[in-house]
Design a binder for this molecule. Structure first.
Ligand SMILES: *[C@@H]1O[C@H](CO)[C@@H](O)[C@H](O)[C@H]1NC(C)=O
Ligand SMILES: *[C@@H]1O[C@H](CO)[C@@H](O)[C@H](O)[C@H]1NC(C)=O
Ligand SMILES: *[C@@H]1O[C@H](CO)[C@@H](O)[C@H](O)[C@H]1NC(C)=O
Length: 485
């Protein structure tokens, strides 16, 4: 059997023919994994219901405390200028006490009823940094839990040389442990945070609907932004880096810390640049979405990771329209993960790291990869802990690669030959070794005989088709690893 030509067409849309076949969702698997999120969902539902109840009561029974639905006039949000409290905008003197006083006044200022039950609405009270640069010696925290609709805007905060190395410049953790949410609708906007290589920038703990917008956070040693529990922290239009560099820094190997550390659910990171850190974004909570993120925090070759998804078996992360610049994405046992419409430059790639060998509901499509002909695969497996052996609904397809090797879960090939057997080897393109769940093929011959032919073997990602009589024929083959059933 002489092999004459093998042509692969991995980027064609014909895969839909294969994908339309039977999909058997292993419901026990998904059901088991989603139980972890159930409690959080219920808490959310209950919080939502109780807020409705409270509003209903407030509007029917007049109460001494004002509520958003009462006819009380809404006063303009108060502005607390920090220089009025003696803060030094030149950054020379310690401004901690002045800032703490301004924050205390804002938090104790006029309120306009409640937001979520237990959260006092401060009506947009704004702590204004007036474009100054303020030196602080300890984290800025709110004096009480249970407030919302508060802003800190417009200036620079810088950690002193004796700032606690485990502190955050702005620390939204509650003064005492609270079972409910701590804060709702806190806005941190137009801030530059210089951590002076002492601790981190912003910590958000068990809060709701926090907005971090147009911030520049540098010189952190731990996390630029840490989000723990709670949900809906929206981080957007911001620039985060441990060292201030425009790339190609001679000390890039030494970059440490994490740009954004999401240990909570339902957050969004949108239009953010991470220009220096060992890990750009670490995600260990569910249902987070990352879009428009540009990571050039530390090249993979120097040990860096752009986005690390440390949620084995329940990932629920969407990464879309991101720019992975010499640094890639690592996903531990991905289950429900989408990575699409993103650009991987400089041999950056996606790595599935096996923890318990699970990869389910993963969609990696429509990305572009550009490398330097170093033989790097666009998607790779780390099976040091054991092989991936629970694979279902994994689609890696329609990615374009230049100077890198395409890996895919769907592949097409054709082979022309004269004889009784045709063997197509897909092992250099299929992502998972020795796994073919579906094959479709056509045998095309224009000779006078009409041979019987059959698919005989798919071992080791090699497809063998045989005929009962020797003919000159072409075979066209589509294979798919992704769907079990
Ligand atoms: C805060 O500063 C702005 C401009 O610097 C000024 O217009 C405003 O009146 C000040 N507000 C207070 C409460 O001092
Ligand atoms: C196919 O092989 C047979 C027998 O070896 C030979 O007679 C025939 O010419 C070949 N046909 C083609 C198209 O190569
Ligand atoms: C399929 O091919 C492999 C070698 O690639 C071989 O070890 C195996 O026995 C074959 N299976 C069958 C059913 O022929």
């Amino acid at each position: 059997m002489q092999r004459k030509a093998v042509v692969f067409f991995m980027l064609m849309g014909l895969s839909s023919l294969v994908l339309s076949t039977h999909v058997d969702v292993e419901s026990s698997g998904f059901g088991r994994y989603s139980s972890g999120n159930y409690h959080d969902q219920m808490t959310k539902m209950q919080a939502f219901r109780s807020s409705l109840t409270r509003r209903g009561l407030a509007s029917s029974t007049p109460s001494p405390s004002p509520s958003p639905t009462s006819e009380m006039p809404l006063s303009r949000g108060s502005v607390y200028n920090v220089t009025s409290y003696g803060a030094d905008p030149s950054g020379k003197l310690d401004s901690t006490e002045a800032l703490v006083k301004a924050i205390a006044d804002a938090v104790n200022g006029p309120n306009q009823g409640v937001l979520l039950q237990g959260i006092t609405n401060l009506g947009g009270a704004t702590i204004h940094l007036e474009g100054g640069n303020y030196l602080i010696t300890k984290p800025l925290r709110l004096p009480v839990a249970g407030v919302g609709n508060l802003k800190i805007i417009g200036g620079t905060l810088r950690a002193s040389d004796n700032f606690p190395s485990d502190g955050y410049l702005i620390d939204l953790s509650p003064p005492s442990t609270s079972t409910s949410y701590n804060y709702e609708y806190i806005t941190l906007k137009d801030l530059m945070l210089d951590c002076n290589y002492r601790g981190g920038g912003i910590s958000v703990v068990n809060s709701l609907r926090t907005s971090i917008d147009n911030c520049y956070i540098a010189h952190f040693n731990t996390d630029g932004i840490l989000v723990q529990r709670g949900h809906e922290t929206y981080i957007r239009n911001s620039f985060i880096g441990q060292h201030i560099t425009a790339g190609g820094d001679p000390d890039e190997r030494k970059f440490s810390g994490t740009g954004i550390n999401l240990i909570g659910n339902d957050n969004a990171v949108t239009d953010v640049v991470i220009f220096s850190a060992a890990v750009g974004i670490m995600v260990s909570g569910q249902a987070n979405t990352l879009s428009g993120v540009h990571c050039y925090n530390k090249a993979t070759g120097f040990g860096g990771t752009g986005i690390y998804l440390k949620l084995p078996s329940l990932t629920q992360t969407r990464i879309i329209n991101c720019y992975m610049d010499y640094t890639g994405i690592v996903a531990e046992d991905p289950v429900q993960l989408t990575i699409s419409n993103s650009f991987f430059l400089g041999d950056a790639y996606i790595l599935f790291k096996s923890i318990n060998g699970v990869a389910k509901g993963v969609i990696i499509v429509d990305n572009i990869f550009s490398g330097s002909n170093n033989g790097i695969d666009i998607v790779q497996l780390d099976q040091a802990n054991g092989p991936f052996n629970q694979i279902d609904q994994v689609t890696v397809d329609r990615n374009s690669a230049k100077g890198m090797n395409v890996r895919s879960t769907v592949a097409k090939g054709s082979l022309q030959g004269n004889g009784t057997s045709w063997k197509l080897d897909f092992s250099h393109v299929l992502l998972f070794p020795n796994l073919i769940n579906h094959v479709q093929y056509t045998l095309s011959t224009s000779g006078s005989s009409f041979p019987n032919h059959a698919l005989r073997n798919v071992s080791n990602n090699q497809v063998l088709i045989e005929s009962n009589v020797a003919v000159s024929a072409s075979v066209f083959v589509t294979v798919d690893q992704g769907i079990t059933g």
